[in-house]
Write a protein that binds this ligand. Structure first.
Ligand SMILES: [Zn+2]
Length: 393
């Protein structure tokens, strides 16, 4: 059933992307004409490339990794020899080093909440969780917002799929407190899977143990959606003022993360249940400012510029995500565009609805970032290039 839904979902996404492109190219054409053209295109896509669509439906597992305090430029500074696994993601995946955090906050809990909800931090659409300290034992996202804040965990769990959080800082207890059997919403989708939205929850400041525990769980009984938080570059960055000099603490912590990512992708590739069916997303909550002990203010490029890498399954190989999404996202150069300013950059907040889309699930209720699920990581240009549109200049 998921496969059928996923296939239709992808095709309709493609249809809407075509409509959007056509409207840009032919602004004077009436929308009814554009619809006819779009439908003709989609019939060709369905007929000729049906098998390609079916392949797009095989993602069963998403591992969403947020590396705390990962500046995008540390990856290029260290290079492929020191970071073979980050570069494997780049060479085999769809990636950018010019993604963005939330506009108003570049600190841990607000930006991770954005990553799991697809909502900005502030404003009426925002999740409104601006604190970054250890939450009180009764704190929840819903209590702060004054309304239920749905997340990726809600959508995945309510569809009967499994979820996990493995995090390196104690304050991530916020998410367990927000989505446990007492605080999670009723499951109104299909079978009642209960209110506890997170099947596996682990906090461990030792990232090696955290990843080992995750891989044991993943190979014993694969988890459909995992949110993994790797803390070490943030800790090293605060202590060393984000010094990028080779062999200093911050770059060394990124090399350690590279080893852990290598373990994860090696496990995927050596396990026939996971290989080809698992997509890994790697991004960050924020960067960090050289010469300071912080990653604020939010309007500093060093703080808001982060990587966003997608790898595995049917992900396009060695492709820039902005090139792949030229109709729906715009490389912001050095800027941090406001949420209401035209085509958006790729943001860490895109990860929520991208994860859901890969699993064949609808966007998270209340989300506004990638709410159309139009951030693509599967190569579509090869299909589009083979179709000659029945209209031209
Ligand atoms: Zn920090």
């Amino acid at each position: 059933m998921h496969k059928i839904f996923d296939r239709c979902h992808w095709v309709f996404d493609y249809y809407y992307a075509q409509q959007y492109d056509l409207q840009l190219k032919f602004p004077r054409m009436r929308s009814i004409d554009l619809k006819i053209v779009g439908q003709a295109v989609i019939i060709v896509v369905l007929t000729v490339f049906g098998s390609t669509q079916a392949q797009a439906a095989v993602t069963r597992y998403v591992i969403h990794i947020s590396v705390d305090g990962l500046r995008a430029d540390v990856i290029t500074t260290l290079g492929e020899t020191r970071l073979p696994n980050f570069f494997r993601l780049r060479n085999e995946g769809a990636t950018t080093d010019n993604a963005r955090t939330d506009v108003d906050y570049t600190v841990t809990l607000p930006n991770h909440t954005t990553q799991i909800t697809g909502r900005p931090v502030v404003g009426p659409d925002g999740h409104n969780y601006t604190q970054n300290d250890m939450p009180g034992s009764s704190a929840s996202l819903h209590g702060v917002k004054g309304a239920y804040v749905s997340s990726v965990f809600d959508v995945v769990h309510d569809h009967g799929l499994s979820t996990a959080i493995l995090a390196g800082k104690p304050k991530f207890i916020l998410y367990e407190q927000s989505y446990d059997a007492a605080s999670g919403a009723m499951d109104l989708i299909g079978n009642d899977d209960g209110r506890d939205k997170i099947d596996i929850f682990e906090i461990n400041v030792d990232s090696i143990e955290l990843v080992d525990d995750f891989l044991s769980a993943m190979t014993a009984d694969p988890i459909n959606y995992t949110f993994m938080h790797l803390r070490d570059p943030d800790t090293a960055g605060h202590q060393s003022q984000w010094d990028l000099t080779i062999d200093s603490d911050y770059p060394d912590s990124v090399i350690e993360v590279d080893h852990l990512i290598g373990k994860i992708i090696d496990t995927i590739q050596s396990n026939k249940s996971l290989r080809g069916q698992t997509v890994v997303i790697v991004t960050a909550d924020h960067g960090g400012r050289i010469g300071t002990t912080t990653h604020e203010p939010a309007d500093s490029r060093e703080n808001y510029m982060i990587p966003f890498y997608v790898w595995g399954g049917n992900t396009a190989a060695g492709v820039d995500l902005y090139t792949l999404n030229s109709g729906s996202r715009l490389d912001p150069g050095s800027a941090q565009p406001a949420y209401n300013r035209g085509l958006q950059p790729i943001r860490n907040g895109d990860a929520a609805n991208l994860s859901l889309e890969l699993l064949g699930l609808e966007a998270n209720p209340g989300s506004t970032i990638n709410a159309r699920q139009d951030l693509k990581s599967i190569k579509m240009t090869s299909i589009a290039q083979q179709i000659s549109l029945p209209i031209g200049d």
